[in-house]
Design a protein around this ligand. Sequence first.
Ligand SMILES: [Zn+2]
Ligand SMILES: [Zn+2]
Length: 292
Amino acid sequence: MPILGSHQSIAGGLHHAVEDAHRLGFDCVQMFSKNSNQWTAKPLEPEAAAVFQAKLKELNVTHPLIHDSYLINLASPKEELYQKSVNAFRDEVQRAAALAVPMLVMHPGSYTESTEEEGLKRIADALDEVFRHNETNEVMVLLETTAGQGTNLGAKFEHLREIMDRCHFAERLGVCFDTCHVFAAGYPLREKSEYAATMKAFDDVIGLKHLRAFHLNDSVKGQGSRVDRHAHLGHGTLGVEPFRHILNDQRFAKVPMYLETPKGTGEMDGVATDWDIINLQTLRGLLGELPS
Ligand SMILES: [Zn+2]
Ligand SMILES: [Zn+2]
């Protein structure tokens, strides 16, 4: 059985994300560890971390994953933004460690007015600096595949490979595969043969053993559009087939998968239903089914 989760809000406290994931029927949960649109946050209270951990145990929610702040850009050629980003990312790793969360997912960054090559080097240097300051904890950082909007790095598997090669703490890096982003970046996923080819490319360039998490999102825009807009499963340009391929791929039976689809209320069998429940239902419906 795949390990299925969803990104949940931490409004009202980190443990609320765990409670909501459980209430909606998920096995695992992704969340921010603070407001994702602010640079700084109050230090974590040890009490809040204890309540969070206790809630995971009590409700049997596994594989907590923290997503980093959207403000951070470790590829920035601007010294001030770069340093601010390094400091903020160091704080993200420390918060994850304080919460006993084993993995932290991040967007590699945008090179803006520099070059792809400069940007990738910058990210690897930043990660080195962050890991040097965090040698005592074991938080693993997952580089997320991106759609390649603007000058975003991470749209090619080669980008992630290069960061891993340049970083001196490569054993602390993994990859998070976002279906919407990979498709928007240009990789095909719909037909079984296309999915197989994309996974082979991932394996050849990065190595499947480094694939530590999935983000399961349909895409509003088409293959190669380089536009990062998530859609409900089966309601975008991906359709449900890619999710059928992933869920029934035994290589990923132990890799946690998180929805990042829009929140709100949809309709299931004529009844107003939380979209998270509808998307989870869609996923469960694809399990064990052979493509027709
Ligand atoms: Zn992300
Ligand atoms: Zn994502």
